[in-house]
Ligand binder design. Structure first.
Ligand code: ATP
Ligand code: MN
Ligand code: MN
Length: 473
């Protein structure tokens, strides 16, 4: 009496990017445990642990596309990526209500400590392992040992561990976006600020806030990050952070293509920790951003039919994005440009952060000022983290992209991480194209495929367009 599954053709596709996956589905009970096994395998540093981790994730992604809750193991006959190991775990969950293998890991001391230590900003599996070997069992143990690392992320991550492991709500992300949006318009009208990461995929909370910054005029975005950071610092919103230069180059791309490395992109960015007033958790508090009259008028004029606006009367970043992503009249773009021309802005050298302008355009001298937090001693950091009543420390990633790379950056920074990995592998293996957050490249022809909306990216990849909500693989 096996119930015949209601199938969609979706689950038969080989690649997760061909199937899509939503946050809500019928088989959480199974996917949660499979993803725990994935995390465990990622922690291990054995011969085949990384491919085992990938196998668990792929199985989990397939289960997310089933349109019914699994009730019998036979329902998985012929379903892709369900190997013997996964089948055993699922059988146990169906028959016993829990998987002995999962339960053993879940309650093992080593796994608990690995989870705990890797929850600290800047701590990866290798550092976590070295701490376990020292006999440390808790955050307090690490703190008491003193000077566990010179890495600023770990110093701050450890001091603010409680705040940083309290989930960031969408409400807080929106409040921060309001400020950033407003300040960015003051600095450079027309700047596009987009909330990406898990929030863009529909999550109601996350571990950080990922924000993409661009401007419709390629090259105009140079220098905006340092100005934004200066404003945030003046408003006492910044606790600590690290700015990275744009390191994008044809050479780097070629190099990565050969080695198939390059998990990270080359955008100018800032990874940091901000100070969020607790009032951010309430929607009505004014953000305190004063935009100049002309600016706000100009922005209002640009406002389209989008229904939501923020308390300041400024349009949300989605206004522009929705317009772009729904604009079906956008021509199918397959303009190929020479990879060597990284920017179509004349005479501008493309090294963001140092913001070198050669020839045309207004020169911008980057802020060389060091933020005070950069010189904080460990003791001062710990003092700052003493129980606060009116604010919380929050992780923020700010990424700057030239508009010519924006839609690829948007796909890359929207994720999920597995969606990216799968799509990039698919591009490589099926189309022999290299997909990154900077573009889609035909390495043989040394050509880049241009995208003027997210749909273009999917079209170039010969994939059905997936809404961000459907990229929760
Ligand atoms: P959470 O809600 O927990 O923050 P998330 O999906 O937003 O989850 P992040 O780690 O914040 O996860 O990453 C957001 C997206 O940006 C992911 O798709 C990830 O692949 C991508 N990403 C993260 N860090 C980098 C990086 N250093 N370089 C390039 N892409 C990155
Ligand atoms: Mn995130
Ligand atoms: Mn992030």
């Amino acid at each position: 009496n096996v119930i015949s599954p209601k199938t969609t053709t979706d689950q038969n596709y080989e690649w997760a990017c061909q199937r899509g996956a939503r946050l809500e589905h019928f088989n959480k009970k199974f996917t949660v445990d499979l993803e725990l096994l994935q995390t465990h395998a990622e922690f291990c540093n054995e011969m085949h642990s990384q491919s085992r981790a990938l196998a668990f994730r792929r199985a989990s992604c397939v289960l997310k596309t089933l349109l019914f809750p699994l009730t019998h193991i036979k329902q998985l006959d012929g379903v892709k990526y369900i190997g013997g190991h996964v089948r055993k775990v699922i059988s146990d969950l169906l028959d016993l209500g829990s998987s002995p293998e999962v339960e053993e890991i879940k309650f093992s001391d080593w796994f608990r400590k690995m989870k705990l230590f890797t929850s600290i900003f800047g701590v990866g599996p290798a550092t976590a392992k070295s701490w376990i070997e020292k006999g440390w069992k808790s955050i307090e143990d690490v703190r008491n040992a003193g000077h566990p690392s010179k890495d600023w992320r770990i110093v701050w991550g450890l001091a603010f561990h409680e705040d940083l492991t309290t989930p960031v709500s969408r409400q807080e992300a929106d409040r921060f976006m309001d400020i950033l949006q407003c300040e960015a318009q003051n600095i450079l009208p027309g700047t596009i600020i987009t909330l990406t990461g898990g929030f863009r995929r529909g999550k109601s909370n996350g571990h950080d806030i990922d924000i993409l910054i661009t401007h419709p005029t390629d090259g105009a975005e140079l220098g905006i990050l340092s100005k934004l950071l200066d404003v945030l610092d003046k408003k006492d919103i910044i606790l600590s952070g690290q700015r990275m230069k744009n390191t994008f180059s044809t050479e780097a791309l070629n190099e990565e293509s050969r080695s198939m490395h390059g998990k990270f992109d080359h955008f100018e960015k800032w990874f940091g920790i901000c100070k969020f007033p607790k009032a951010f958790q309430h929607p009505t508090t004014p953000s305190g951003c004063q935009s100049s009259k002309e600016d706000s008028t100009e922005v209002k004029d640009n406002k389209n039919s989008s229904t939501h606006s923020d308390p300041l009367g400024l349009p949300f970043m989605e206004t522009q994005l929705t317009r772009n992503s729904n604009n079906l009249s956008v021509p199918l773009v397959s303009v190929k440009t020479d990879l060597k021309h990284r920017s179509n802005v004349k005479n501008k050298s493309y090294i963001s952060n140092t913001c070198v302008y050669e020839g045309e355009g207004e020169p911008h001298v980057p802020s060389t000022k060091k933020f005070k937090h950069e010189d904080c001693s460990e003791k001062e950091v710990v003092e700052m983290a003493r129980p606060q009543t009116d604010w919380l420390a929050r992780r923020v990633d700010l990424i700057v992209t030239p508009y010519s790379q924006y839609y690829y950056a948007l796909v890359g920074w929207t994720g999920s991480k597995h969606f990216n990995r799968d799509t990039r592998l698919y591009a490589q293996q099926v189309l022999n194209l290299r997909l990154t957050s900077h573009g889609l490249y035909d390495m043989k022809k040394q050509e880049a495929l241009q995208a003027t909306c997210e749909e273009d990216v999917f079209r170039h990849l010969n994939l059905t367009y997936r809404d961000p909500m459907d990229r929760n693989c």
